[in-house]
Ligand binder design. Structure first.
Ligand code: ADP
Length: 266
C-alpha cells in the first residue's frame, strides 16, 4: 500500500458525507480498517490526466504535519482521492467554533504545526499555492495539518484559478501572484502570514468588508492587516515580515519555524 497509488475500490467503504469542496463531495470512509476521507471528483472538475502524474509525487510527500494522500482511484467514474481522516475538520471552522476558548499556547501551537508542514514542503521544493486556514485540517489529538497542497493546478474552474475570477483567493495572495502569477515558497510565506492572522483572530475573514479590488489597492498603497487583539507583538512582527513587498525580503519557512518555536519557549 506504500507503493501502489491506485486503490481497489472493493477495499473502500463510504460511511458518511462530511463536506463538499472544489472537486465535489467529501465522504468519511473506511479503507482496510483505516478511517479515511474520500474526495469524489465531479465530472469536468479536475484535469485528471495531469493529476495522475503528480499524484505519485504527492503520495511520496509524507510528514506528520501534512494530510497524507493514501491513494486514488482514477480509472473509473467518478474518480476519487483517499486521504487520512481528520476528526476536527477544517481549521477556520474549528477556530470559529472554539472562539474564546483557545489558549495562547494553542494558537501558537497551530501556527507552529503549519510552519512545520510548510518547512517540509519548502525543503521538498513543493509549492502549496493555496495555503489558508480553510485548507488546513485538525486531527483527533488537535494537531493541525496542511492539506490540498498543489491541488489548484488541477482545478478546471477559471473563476478559481484566474486572478480576475470571483473565487480567486486574492486575500491570501502575494502581490507577485496577483500581478504575474509568480508562485514560489515565498508566496506561500505571504499566505502563511495571512493564516497566522486568521488563527489569532479566531477565524475571521481577512479584510472583512473589502472587495478584492479594494484589497489590491490597499496592498499597493503599502497597507497591511492590523494586529489581532490576541496576537503578541512578536507574532505580529512575524506576520509583517511575511508581507514584505519583495519575495526575497520575506523569511523562509525554516526560519519561521525556528522563530515560532523560540516564542513558544519563552
Ligand atoms: P476541496 O479541496 O475539493 O475544495 P476541501 O478540502 O475544502 O475540498 O474539503 C471540503 C470539506 O470536506 C472540508 O471543509 C472538510 O470539512 C472536509 N474534509 C476534507 N478533507 C478531509 C479530511 N482529510 N478529513 C476530514 N474531513 C475532510
Amino acid at each position: 500500500s506504500l507503493e501502489t497509488l491506485e486503490l481497489d475500490p472493493e477495499d473502500l467503504e463510504l460511511v458518511l458525507e462530511v463536506g463538499s469542496g472544489q472537486f465535489g463531495l467529501v465522504w468519511q470512509g473506511e479503507w482496510r480498517d483505516l478511517k479515511v476521507a474520500v474526495k469524489m471528483v465531479r465530472e469536468g472538475a479536475m484535469s485528471e490526466e495531469e493529476f495522475k502524474e503528480e499524484a505519485q509525487v504527492m503520495k511520496k510527500l509524507s510528514h506528520p504535519k501534512l494530510v497524507q494522500l493514501l491513494g486514488v482511484c482514477l480509472h473509473r467514474s467518478p474518480s476519487f482521492l483517499v486521504f487520512e481522516f481528520m476528526e476536527g475538520g477544517c481549521l477556520n471552522n474549528y477556530l470559529r467554533c472554539h472562539r474564546g476558548a483557545l489558549s495562547q499556547d494553542t494558537l501558537l501551537g497551530m501556527c507552529l504545526d503549519v510552519s512545520e508542514g510548510m518547512a517540509y514542503l519548502e525543503s521538498s521544493n513543493f509549492i502549496h499555492r493555496d495555503l489558508a486556514a480553510r485548507n488546513c485540517l485538525v486531527s483527533e489529538d488537535l494537531s493541525v495539518k496542511v492539506s490540498d497542497f498543489g491541488m489548484t493546478r488541477f482545478v478546471l474552474d477559471d473563476q478559481y484559478t484566474s486572478s480576475q475570477g470571483t473565487k480567486f483567493p486574492m486575500k491570501w495572495s502575494a502581490p507577485e501572484v496577483i500581478k504575474y502569477c509568480r508562485f514560489s515558497s515565498k508566496s506561500d510565506v505571504w499566505a502563511f502570514g495571512i493564516l497566522m492572522w486568521e488563527v489569532y483572530t479566531e477565524g475571521r475573514l481577512p479584510y472583512e468588508n473589502r472587495t478584492n479590488t479594494e484589497v489590491l489597492e490597499d496592498l499597493n498603497a503599502g497597507m497591511r492587516l492590523l494586529k489581532p487583539r490576541l496576537a503578541p507583538q512578536s507574532l505580529y512582527e512575524l506576520m509583517q515580515w511575511c508581507w514584505k513587498e519583495k519575495p526575497g525580503d520575506r523569511p523562509s519557512f525554516t526560519v519561521l519555524l525556528h522563530e515560532l518555536a523560540s516564542v513558544l519557549e519563552l
